[in-house]
Design a protein around this ligand. Structure first.
Ligand code: ZN
Ligand code: ZN
Length: 327
């Protein structure tokens, strides 16, 4: 099978011809039809996340078709989604308390487990997600991380009416649709001169969009930071009202500069969101077609994976980048 392989962080992916993976116990063999490109893939490829499996196939927003293996959960030929959370221990304190996203032993797709920048992959069927039929493969792919992590971030932002979104990429373009559906007001912050992203945010219902260095037109009740820039934390704290929450949605962020306690005072909260639970997956996949969420995708062929990653790194993707496997 064809795959794009990471030999070492900091180097471009290498196009390779590999043997097809063999499903182990409780794993399904999945033919990959599409795989979303996530900022986390960039962090792995750029060496910002410690100790990836090497060599590695990245990619954790996999839309595929079950071709073999597994037990009773999926039929042959059925479409499945393979998300970031690939395996958990099931017995630790976190797993037993509905917080499997925090399991110390967890293994993640496209990081400790081979992922979806390939024609085939294997995945533990207990962690695969059934996908809403309404979505074609490439439109479904961004739901699996951009959508899911965004959904969890929005939930943890509380019932804020005025919501700030810092970084308007794959995740924010989905979150704003959920937020609007829930009757919230959205304010989008982008890189200072990124007028295209600001226009995109307004198209999707942001009532204001501007550079992240600018203050919003009014106080916000919560903010979600998708951009991996630590300096946004004090900026977002400055923008939110007392009692508000700033959610850091990414897996990696540059250092947060020190800031006066006054910015946190008034019961403001700063928190991160880590990974997802299977329950988030079920809830979100039920909600997506109800809204209905529309994903805007920028489609690349498998062999263009490096180009897709470069484009994402440079902030040039409108919506979500997705690899499509030509079969
Ligand atoms: Zn566990
Ligand atoms: Zn992701």
């Amino acid at each position: 099978m064809r795959a794009m392989v990471l030999d070492e962080p900091g180097r471009p992916l290498r196009a390779a011809e590999l043997a097809e993976p063999e499903p182990g116990p409780s794993q399904v063999l999945v033919r990959v039809d599409a795989c979303g490109v996530c900022r986390t893939d960039l962090h792995v490829v750029d060496g910002e996340l410690a100790d990836p499996k090497l060599p590695l196939i990245v990619g954790h927003q996999i839309v595929g078709t079950v071709e073999g293996g597994g037990g009773s959960r999926f039929e042959l030929g059925e479409r499945v989604g393979v998300p970031w959370l690939g395996w958990t221990c099931g017995v630790c304190r976190y797993c037993r308390s509905g917080r499997e996203n925090l399991c110390d032993e967890a293994r993640f797709t496209g990081y400790q487990l081979d992922g979806g920048y390939a024609e085939r992959t294997v995945a533990d069927e207990r962690f695969c997600i059934a996908l809403p039929l309404e979505y074609p493969d490439v439109q479904a792919a961004p739901l699996l991380c951009a959508g899911l992590i965004g959904y969890r971030s929005l939930r943890l932002a509380g019932d804020a009416e005025r919501l700030g979104l810092y970084g308007f990429g794959a995740s924010a373009h989905i979150v704003i649709q959920i937020a609007r559906y829930q009757g919230r007001r959205a304010f989008a912050f982008t890189r200072a001169a990124d007028e295209a992203a600001q226009a995109f945010a307004r198209e999707l219902g942001a009532e204001w969009a501007g550079g992240s260095d600018a203050p919003p037109p009014e106080e916000l009740d919560a903010a979600i930071i998708f951009a991996p820039a630590g300096e946004l934390v004090p900026q977002a704290l400055r923008a939110i009202a007392k009692g508000g929450t700033v959610v850091c949605a990414g897996i990696h962020m540059s250092d947060i500069p020190s800031f006066p306690y006054e910015l946190l005072w008034g019961e403001r909260v700063v928190r991160s969101v880590a990974n997802l639970t299977r329950r988030d997956g079920e809830e979100f996949m039920a909600l997506a077609p109800e809204i209905p969420i529309r994903t805007e995708v920028d489609v690349y062929e498998l062999q263009q994976a490096n180009e897709a990653l470069d484009r994402l790194r440079g902030g040039g993707v409108r919506g979500a980048a997705v690899l499509r496997m030509a079969s």
